[in-house]
Design a protein around this ligand. Sequence first.
Ligand code: NAG
Ligand code: NAG
Ligand code: NAG
Ligand code: NAG
Ligand code: NAG
Ligand code: NAG
Length: 490
Amino acid sequence: MAASRLSLNFPSRRPLSDSFRHFLVIPTILAFLTTIFIFHYISSTSTLVIHLHNNHHRLHVNPKEVVTKPLRPIPNKPIIQISLPKRTRSSVIEIHISNHSIQLGNGSEGTTLKSSIIGSIEPKSPPEPESPPSPVPSNPTTTTTTDDDDVFHNRETFFENYNEMNKSFKIFVYPTPKSHPFANVLLPVSSDPGGNYASESFFKKSLAKSHFLTTNPSDADFFFLPFSIATMRHDRRIGVGGLQNFVRDYVVNVSKEYPYWNRSGGADHFYVACHSIGKIAMDKAVEVRVNAVQVVCSSNYFVSGYVAHKDVSLPQIWPRQGDPPKVEPSKRKRLAFFAGAINSPARIQLVEVWKNDSDIFAHHGRLKTPYATELLRSKYCLHAKGYEVNTARIGDALYYGCVPVILADYYDLPFTDILNWKSFSVVVATVDIPLLKNILNEVGFDEYLRLQKNVLKVRRHFQWHGVSAEYDAMMLFTWFCMSCGSEEVL
Ligand SMILES: *[C@@H]1O[C@H](CO)[C@@H](O)[C@H](O)[C@H]1NC(C)=O
Ligand SMILES: *[C@@H]1O[C@H](CO)[C@@H](O)[C@H](O)[C@H]1NC(C)=O
Ligand SMILES: *[C@@H]1O[C@H](CO)[C@@H](O)[C@H](O)[C@H]1NC(C)=O
Ligand SMILES: *[C@@H]1O[C@H](CO)[C@@H](O)[C@H](O)[C@H]1NC(C)=O
Ligand SMILES: *[C@@H]1O[C@H](CO)[C@@H](O)[C@H](O)[C@H]1NC(C)=O
Ligand SMILES: *[C@@H]1O[C@H](CO)[C@@H](O)[C@H](O)[C@H]1NC(C)=O
């Protein structure tokens, strides 16, 4: 981003450390609001609209408004709307509250939530008479409004918050002596992180070098629990069977040695995990799951364990060096590309429907050609969920300048509060896989060019840099975290 933009003077707000105290009450308030919200939903309407306000970036619900009239979009400032179809007898959607999380349905693939989650939803019930016409078009692919051109929902607010965070946000990492028997699990790795779950190690390395660190815990806004799930998994002394005890013991140790865990019940603490096994690792330390901020790759808001708006979605990134080759959009002859293991209903359907197609290449297993070549010669690259909603394919697609198509229902997409996914991706519900070719063809070439241009703009937010570079994934996360602590949240 141009340096000049950053030197603009933004009005300063109250000090961050003050506002972070408000963070501690958020779980309670959220639970309360969630309750009202759900009661309201069940009693009076069949349409659930979660509205994120541009200026606040967080779930923004005014309790008075909720009980007196239906939620409706604030004119011209929609970011995300989630509308559920009418509840019918055959619907599998059910809503209940479980440890501050909302579960919709039973988690099986392809439930009745038909519309895609971001952008392309048209409410099934008629709009409220008093509400203005929905500013979100039913077909996002034909949108050409100014807002959608920007990869940020609100650029000005983003940079204002970013600059404030950069000045004052502080993180304390619980220290580990090099002689600790589990130093390998608790300290950042010295080698270059590799593989599918590299994001976890990159995060720790970046954090260790970042200017956000403080050695004085009384200055800290947030506290980092430095255990690495990926390393524990491969440590023979721990393994998958020992994860839960290790996490429980570590948290007990930290809560005895320091006053900070007990002070907040863990609400100003966070950990990072890219492997989905992280989900069960907290089973014997329930407070970590319920109160702490979980920075995880498997950010599926349909399963308990991940709490949207508390937890943070970390992009799964395959590490790559240097700049990718450039391929002009017009030279990308193939419409869409997918390759991978067929381990989910979405992928089974994808390959079943499109295996013989000449425009959409959906391949089971290993390719004969290099993976990069296929990403470079395709306009759209399909991110179809596997065992989990997350895969490294979004990062792969962006790196090679290919527009990602998200086929992963209930994926809480990384940085979705900051980045306007509609501007650089196409989100398609998995039930619409048979319509994929129509959907992509309808986008049109001009719109494709716009998406592709934005892909090149956002891709640096989906890369890890040895030392935390300006605006890389680590920075955006901390920005994100800062905004959860802001008093503007509620
Ligand atoms: C909710 O939290 C309680 C303890 O606070 C725990 O016993 C229970 O198993 C949790 N439920 C779920 C679904 O995680
Ligand atoms: C979830 O819903 C699907 C579709 O209605 C059903 O086939 C499946 O048995 C349900 N699973 C559970 C665990 O209830
Ligand atoms: C953030 O802070 C660091 C260290 O104080 C500084 O080097 C960097 O230029 C700042 N970045 C921005 C965008 O203000
Ligand atoms: C917790 O502390 C005990 C006693 O000092 C130690 O033996 C154990 O290794 C620690 N566990 C973890 C996970 O740090
Ligand atoms: C925090 O609470 C736990 C459990 O109640 C207790 O064992 C521990 O000593 C407390 N820590 C501090 C620093 O007081
Ligand atoms: C794909 O081609 C095979 C062999 O020609 C054929 O048996 C199959 O029915 C085709 N599948 C689809 C979905 O068109």
